[in-house]
Design a binder for this molecule. Structure first.
Ligand code: ARG
Length: 467
């Protein structure tokens, strides 16, 4: 702490007294932005290296600063980042420790930059890393989906509309629908990454700097494609965080829908799936219970992730250029969404990989749900040249009869079918089985096992999975 009556050592020059306890607490972002320490050190090292190259800081001082930053990093790695609210944030915490370690030369690090471009840089680097992590999680989930879809390319289940049995589909086809959703998620994250990969470092407080810095050099050192082009925008832009949250929110909706399928399928009346013990819990009072808590929490977490997106959108919506302190509130929602999303992806990947699909139950539900009624109607149109509306009516009578006897459509004896409509003959049975129904739907992207296998093979190739 510097001498003058407890005022802040970084900006205390203008102040007679230190901040109140409330000011200190409301101002402090260190409790959460310490998560940026790796990015902060990396950006500072790139900055000081550039300052030395440009002759803005002497080589000796630059070496001292870089070595000191390595030491601070080693301390953080070993002991965590100390949380002192007086030091406000990760940037001042690091600079203050650097000063303790190397003395007055530390004061040269902040030449030609501001915490405004510093935090914008650090946060972009953090989000970029988060996108890379999400992508590998989503790859694992896709791998699980494709693997199980390959096993079940021909396993028949009811396909639903309105959650009412509609037409038979295969489980592989159903799982591959989620593969497609996750593929779009990955491409959304990749778009966000490509768009955000420009360096704001060197925009300084808001207007740029008079020092002869080289923004292209720092951008390159930090793996950016180049520097941003407007200093006001550079320090006040949080589109990259919003792009990330939008992709995260949409991804979480997909995970939530998949989780919901598992919750429904695991219920006793459905009984389509036995969830892995490792991702289920029991009840403290009802011994028979095995609850799909992980799936329910994935469904719940999606609500929180959407909330994170909403929070940051509303934080940003009224801010004039350039930096405002409101923007410090950008980090908690992004950090929260990132950890909820990572857990949700891992939970769903585990569930897909380890679930025991009860294909007998699925097939039985497809048969007793009269999922092939459309096939009967189509057969009447094709083989007996009956107008579709009439065929629809005839089929309705057949379903009613089968339902009254509790049997599948293809279990109705021919004489009963003929009694409903004399134009029906024994060839109809070939169309009424659930196998025939799915095999017939071989249009591009359809549920026919051959189509599903084709798409699975393409997906495996796209993911680089060995046969
Ligand atoms: N902790 C601040 C943040 O996260 C750093 C930038 C502070 N800049 C300022 N002018 N007060 O946004």
């Amino acid at each position: 702490m510097s001498g003058n009556s407890g005022s802040n050592q970084m900006w205390g020059g203008r102040f007679a007294a230190g901040p109140s306890a409330i000011m200190r607490e409301i101002n402090a972002s260190i409790p959460f932005d310490k998560a940026l320490w790796r990015q902060d050190i990396a950006a500072s090292k790139a900055h000081v290296d550039m300052l030395a190259t440009q002759g803005i800081v002497a080589e000796d001082d630059a070496r001292l600063i870089a070595g000191g930053l390595d030491q601070v990093a080693a301390e953080y790695e070993a002991n965590g980042v100390p949380e002192n609210w007086d030091l406000e944030d990760i940037h001042m915490t690091t600079e203050s420790r650097l000063a303790e370690l190397i003395g007055p030369a530390a004061g040269r690090l902040h030449t030609a930059r501001s915490r405004n471009d510093q935090v914008a840089t650090d946060f972009r680097l953090w989000v970029r890393d988060a996108i890379d992590q999400v992508d590998s999680g989503l790859l694992a989930l896709q791998t699980a989906l494709v693997t199980r879809a390959g096993e079940h390319a021909a396993s028949i289940m009811p396909g639903f509309t309105h959650l009412q049995t509609a037409q038979p589909v295969t489980l592989g086809h159903h799982l591959m629908a989620y593969y497609e959703m996750i593929a779009r998620d990955r491409s959304r994250f990749a778009d966000a990454r490509a768009r955000m990969n420009r360096s704001p470092l060197g925009a300084a407080a808001l207007a740029g700097t008079g020092f002869p810095i080289d923004r292209f050099r720092t951008a390159q050192a930090l793996g950016f494609d180049g520097p941003t082009d407007n200093s006001l925008d550079s320090v006040s832009d949080r589109d990259f965080a919003l792009d990330y949250l939008m992709a995260a929110a949409q991804c979480s909706l997909h995970l939530s829908r998949l989780a919901e399928e598992f919750i429904i399928w695991a219920s006793q009346p459905f009984g389509f799936v036995t969830l892995p013990d490792s991702l289920s819990t029991g009840s403290s009072i009802m011994p028979q219970k095995k609850n799909p808590d992980a799936a329910e929490l994935v469904r719940g977490h999606s609500g929180r992730i959407v909330g994170c997106l909403t929070a940051l959108m509303i934080t940003m919506k009224g801010l004039p250029l350039a930096y405002s302190k409101d923007m410090q509130d950008d980090k908690p929602p992004v950090f929260e969404a990132a950890s909820l999303l990572a857990l949700s992806i891992a939970a769903m990947a585990g569930m897909v990989a380890e679930a025991k699909f009860r294909t007998d139950r699925m097939r039985g539900a497809a048969e007793l749900g009269y999922a092939t009624a459309t096939d009967l109607a189509d057969w009447l149109v094709r083989q007996a040249n009956i107008p579709f509306r009439e065929a629809h009516h005839i089929t309705g009578s057949a379903v009613k009869l089968a339902e009254s006897r509790g049997i599948a459509l293809d279990q109705l004896p021919l004489e009963d079918l003929k009694a409903i409509d004399a134009r029906i003959d024994e060839r109809v049975y070939a169309a009424l089985s659930v196998e025939a129904s799915v095999a017939a739907r071989s249009s591009h992207g359809g549920t026919a096992p051959a189509e599903v296998r084709k798409r699975v093979a393409q997906a495996r190739e796209a993911l680089g999975i060995e046969e």
